[in-house]
Design a protein around this ligand. Structure first.
Ligand SMILES: [Zn+2]
Length: 425
C-alpha cells in the first residue's frame, strides 16, 4: 500500500515536472499572422504566457506549449474590436437598449466571431452607467468598454430626445470616475433640428480630458448638414458612425448623381474625422458602400451596431460585416486593420488590437471559406461573394474561449493544481 502511494506521488511529481517543462501556455503553429499595428503579414508562430503575448517568431518549438494550436491554412490576428455594440441587456419592459431586451449579453455573441473587445455605443448614459457596469461589464469575459450617452438615461426610446437630460458636466464626471471603462460619449437618435446633442457631447469630451464622441445622427427633416457637423462641430478624432447609411432623414456621404464621395467628406477625413461602419438595422446600404469603395474610400473602423434586430437581419455579426468589405474590394490586411488597431486608436486604447509582446493575449484565428455566398443589405440588394470569414478560435487574455473544430492539443487546457503552480514557478 505504501509502495502504491509513493508510486502515485512519484507519478504526480513527474506530471508536474512535465507541465513545468513547458515555457508557454499556448503555442499557435503554422498560421499566417496579420498584425497591422506591427506591420506583420506573414507565416509566423505565436506563443502565449501568463495571459500575454510572449513571442511572435518564424518558428516556435511546439514542445514548449502546454497547448498547441494547429493554425495551418488559417489567419492569426489580434482579437477583433467592435466599437459599436449594444450590450446593456436587461429585463425592464420598454427600456429598449438601456437595461432592456433589444440589447444582448456580449459573451454570447463575441467569441464565436473572434471579437474580444466591445464598446457599447451609448446604451447607458451618465445616470445609468453604474448599473451597466455592475450588470454587464463586471459579469463578462469579453472586455466591455463604453461610450456613454450624453442623455443621462441612455437609449431608452423617447428619452433620447430629452435635451434637458443632456448634462456635459455629469457625463464628464462619470467618465472620469470610470476612466478604465468609459472611452467617450455618444449622441444617438436625436431628431431635433439643432446641434444641442452634438455640442453637449463634444463639451463633455473636452471636460473629460479630450475623449472622443461618436455621432449617430438620428435623422431630422430636413436633414442636418453633415458638412457643418464635420467642419464646425466635431474635433479631429471624433467618430461618425453609420457612415454608409442612406436614409432620407440623414445626409449621406456619397453623392448619388456623381456616384462619388462628396468633396467635403475627403476634407473631413483629412481633418481627422473617423468614419465608422456601425452597420445596424438600416444604417448600411451597398448603394453607398460600393461607390465609396470604387472611389477608394474605405471605413476607418468596421463595427456591427449589434442588437436583437440587426443580428437577425442583414448585418448578422462582425465577420459577416467584415466579409462584405472583403468582397467589395477591400484587402484582407485592411479589413483586419479596421477591425483591430484602427478602432483601438479611435478609442485611445492603443495597447489593444495588436500582437505586440507583452500585450494581453487576445487573439482571433480566422478561416476564409471559398464558395458562393449571398451577402445582402437591408434593402434586399445582394452581392455575389466568393469568400467569407469564419472564426476557428478565439483566445481572450491567454485562455481559449472558443474553438470551433478542436484545433488545440490537448483540446482542454491541462489543469495544474494551484499548489503545484506555486511550486514550479
Ligand atoms: Zn447603435
Amino acid at each position: 500500500m505504501r509502495k502504491k502511494i509513493s508510486l502515485i506521488i512519484a507519478a504526480m511529481g513527474l506530471t508536474i515536472m512535465a507541465l513545468s517543462a513547458q515555457t508557454y501556455s499556448i503555442v499557435i503553429k503554422g498560421g499566417h499572422v496579420i498584425d497591422p499595428k506591427n506591420n506583420i503579414d506573414a507565416e509566423m508562430d505565436v506563443a502565449v504566457k501568463d495571459g500575454k503575448i510572449a513571442l511572435v517568431a518564424k518558428s516556435i518549438d511546439a514542445r514548449q506549449g502546454l497547448q498547441v494550436v494547429d493554425a495551418t491554412g488559417l489567419y492569426v490576428t489580434p482579437g477583433l474590436i467592435d466599437i459599436h455594440s449594444h450590450n446593456f441587456y436587461g429585463t425592464e419592459p420598454d427600456h429598449q437598449y438601456e437595461n432592456g431586451n433589444l440589447a444582448i449579453p456580449p459573451d454570447g455573441f463575441t467569441f464565436r466571431n473572434g471579437v474580444t473587445t466591445v464598446v457599447d455605443a451609448g446604451s447607458s448614459g451618465w445616470r445609468t452607467f453604474p448599473t451597466f457596469k455592475a450588470q454587464t461589464i463586471d459579469q463578462s469575459q469579453t472586455r466591455v468598454l463604453a461610450f456613454i450617452n450624453i442623455v443621462g438615461e441612455g437609449m431608452r426610446g423617447g428619452y433620447e430626445q430629452n435635451s434637458n437630460d443632456m448634462d456635459p458636466k455629469m457625463a464628464a464626471l462619470i467618465a472620469r470616475r470610470y476612466r478604465n471603462y468609459v472611452v467617450g460619449f455618444k449622441v444617438a437618435h436625436y431628431e431635433g433640428h439643432e446641434w444641442v446633442a452634438v455640442d453637449h457631447a463634444v463639451q463633455a469630451g473636452n471636460m473629460a480630458g479630450g475623449l472622443p464622441v461618436m455621432i449617430d445622427f438620428g435623422g431630422s427633416n430636413p436633414p442636418l448638414s453633415i458638412e457643418e457637423l464635420f467642419m464646425k462641430h466635431l474635433r479631429p478624432g471624433d467618430i461618425f458612425t453609420h457612415c454608409f447609411g442612406q436614409l432620407d432623414s440623414r445626409e449621406y456621404i456619397v453623392d448619388l448623381n456623381t456616384q462619388k464621395i462628396k468633396p467635403f467628406v475627403w476634407e473631413a477625413r483629412k481633418r481627422g474625422i473617423y468614419f465608422d461602419v456601425g452597420y445596424g438595422g438600416i444604417s448600411f446600404a451597398f448603394s453607398q458602400a460600393i461607390p465609396a469603395a470604387k472611389d477608394g474610400f474605405f471605413p476607418n473602423s468596421i463595427s456591427t451596431d449589434i442588437h436583437t434586430g440587426s443580428m437577425n437581419n442583414a448585418m448578422k455579426d462582425m465577420l459577416t460585416t467584415m466579409s462584405k468589405f472583403l468582397n467589395i474590394g477591400m484587402g484582407l490586411f485592411e479589413v483586419i486593420q479596421t477591425s483591430t488597431s484602427n478602432p483601438a486608436k479611435e478609442i485611445k486604447h492603443e495597447e489593444l488590437g495588436n500582437l505586440s509582446v507583452g500585450s494581453d493575449a487576445d487573439v482571433a484565428i480566422l478561416n476564409i471559406r471559398k464558395g458562393i455566398f449571398g451577402l445582402f443589405d437591408y434593402t434586399g440588394y445582394k452581392i455575389a461573394a466568393d469568400k467569407k470569414l469564419e472564426c476557428e478560435m478565439t483566445i481572450r487574455a491567454g485562455k481559449i474561449v472558443y474553438d470551433l473544430n478542436g484545433i488545440a492539443t490537448p483540446i482542454m487546457a491541462p489543469r495544474i493544481p494551484a499548489k503545484s503552480i506555486a511550486r514550479v514557478q
